[in-house]
Design a protein around this ligand. Structure first.
Ligand code: SF4
Length: 352
C-alpha cells in the first residue's frame, strides 16, 4: 500500500538519526580532529564537488602547507593553486584564498560566527555557512548539500524538479536545536554511507520503515536528475613549445576557464600542421624545427566539451615572445596547471 506523507515528527526523526549516528557515524575524518572553523571551512569547500576519499590526501597536504588563516592569506596564489591542482573547480581555491585575506586583513583574523557574515566570504553559500556554523561553532543551522538532498528527496519521495525550494523547507523543519554538530554530521553520513547514489543500503537505514521512496520501491529513481541539455563542443589547439627539454607555459587570464592557472598557449579550432606553422611565424615569431600533432582528446566542463589537439612544436631557438615560464621537464612542477595540461606534461616527460 502506498503511503503519501512522511509520518515522523521532527523530534522523533532527530532522535532516530542521532541514535544511528552514535553507533555508525564517522568520527575520525581528518577535519574532525583538532576541530576549528578554519579546518572545517577548508574541508567543506573541498567537499563541495568532491568525494571524501578523494579529498582526504589533498586536505592533509593543504593543511600541512597552510595550517591556519594567516598562512593561507599570506601565500602566493600560484602556490595555493598548485596545492589544489587535481581537485578541479579551481574557483574554489581562489575563493578560499581571497576569503582568507578578508578574514586575516579585514576582519582582524576573527572568523565570522553567524550565518549572514559567513555568507559574505567568497565561495561560501547558505549550506556551507550552515555546515561551518553547526560543525565548528556548535550552533543550530540547516545544511542542504548533495548528500542531504538525496536523503530528503527519498524520505519524502519528491519527484519534482527543481527540488531546492521544497527541500530547504523540509530540511529547516527537521533541523535539530540540540547537538547541532552531530545532527549535521549525521545527515551527511547517512547520505554518504547508507543512502548512497544508485542503490541505497536501505536494510541498514534507520528510516527503512518510514521512507516513502523505499515503501514505494522508487528509491533508485530519486532524486530526479536535472533534465540534461546536450553539451556544445568547443575545439582548441595547444601550442606546446619545446626547447632544450623545456616547455613553455603561460598564465591564463583572471577570468574564463582555468583562470589564473598556467597552461600552453592556444588557438581555437583543431588546426592543421600548416596552419600551426603559419601561426607560429605570425603570433610567436618563430620558425619551428618540427611539428608533431598528437591525437586530440576531450575534456568536459559543466557547460561544454572541449576537444583539445596537442601540437608539440620543437624549436631551435627560444621564443622571442617575453617568456612567462619555461618548465624544465622532469623537474618538480610547483605551479597550478589544469588536469589536461598536467596529463600532457606527464606524457612528454615519459616520452623524453
Ligand atoms: S530507506 Fe533507503 S532510500 Fe530511504 S532514506 Fe533510507 S537508505 Fe535512503
Amino acid at each position: 500500500m502506498k503511503q503519501h506523507s512522511f509520518s515522523l515528527s521532527a523530534t522523533t526523526f532527530q532522535k532516530k538519526l542521532l541514535k544511528w549516528f552514535d553507533t555508525h557515524g564517522r568520527k575520525d575524518l581528518p577535519w574532525q580532529k583538532n576541530k576549528n572553523p578554519y579546518r572545517v571551512w577548508i574541508s567543506e569547500v573541498m567537499l563541495q564537488q568532491t568525494q571524501v576519499t578523494t579529498v582526504i590526501p589533498y586536505y592533509e597536504r593543504f593543511m600541512e602547507k597552510f595550517p591556519d588563516v594567516e598562512k593561507l592569506a599570506k601565500a602566493d596564489e600560484n602556490v595555493v593553486l598548485h596545492f589544489w591542482a587535481g581537485l578541479g573547480y579551481y574557483h574554489r581555491a581562489r575563493h578560499l584564498h581571497s576569503a582568507s585575506k578578508k578574514i586575516f586583513f579585514t576582519l582582524d583574523n576573527q572568523f565570522p560566527d553567524n550565518l549572514e557574515s559567513l555568507q559574505t566570504l567568497p565561495g561560501v553559500g547558505r549550506s556551507t555557512a550552515a555546515a561551518i556554523l553547526s560543525l565548528a561553532f556548535e550552533k543550530p543551522a540547516t545544511i542542504l548539500d548533495g548528500n542531504v538532498k538525496r536523503v530528503l528527496s527519498r524520505l519524502h519521495a519528491i519527484d519534482e524538479w527543481p527540488l531546492d525550494k521544497t527541500l530547504w523547507e523540509i530540511a529547516e523543519k527537521y533541523s535539530a536545536k540540540k547537538r547541532p554538530a552531530d545532527y549535521t554530521q549525521a545527515m551527511m553520513d547517512l547520505g554518504a554511507t547508507i543512502c548512497i547514489r544508485g542503490k541505497p543500503r536501505c536494510e541498514r537505514c534507520p528510516f527503512v520503515k518510514n521512507c516513502l521512496a523505499h515503501l514505494q520501491g522508487i528509491e533508485k529513481d530519486l532524486p530526479l536528475k536535472k533534465p540534461t541539455k546536450k553539451l556544445p563542443v568547443k575545439t582548441v589547439t595547444f601550442f606546446i613549445f619545446r626547447y632544450q627539454n623545456h616547455i613553455f607555459l603561460e598564465k591564463r587570464p583572471a577570468s574564463g576557464i582555468w583562470s589564473g592557472l598556467f597552461s600552453f598557449p592556444e588557438e581555437s579550432n583543431l588546426l592543421t600542421t600548416s596552419e600551426i606553422k603559419k601561426i607560429c611565424r605570425k603570433r610567436f615569431l618563430c620558425n619551428p624545427a618540427k611539428i608533431q600533432c598528437w591525437d586530440s582528446f576531450r575534456h568536459t566542463f559543466t557547460h561544454f566539451h572541449l576537444d583539445i589537439l596537442p601540437a608539440i612544436i620543437d624549436l631551435k631557438e627560444s621564443l622571442e615572445k617575453e617568456a612567462q615560464f619555461w618548465y624544465k621537464l622532469e623537474q618538480n612542477l610547483n605551479i597550478g596547471v589544469p588536469a589536461p595540461v598536467k596529463k600532457l606534461i606527464t606524457q612528454l616527460e615519459t616520452a623524453s
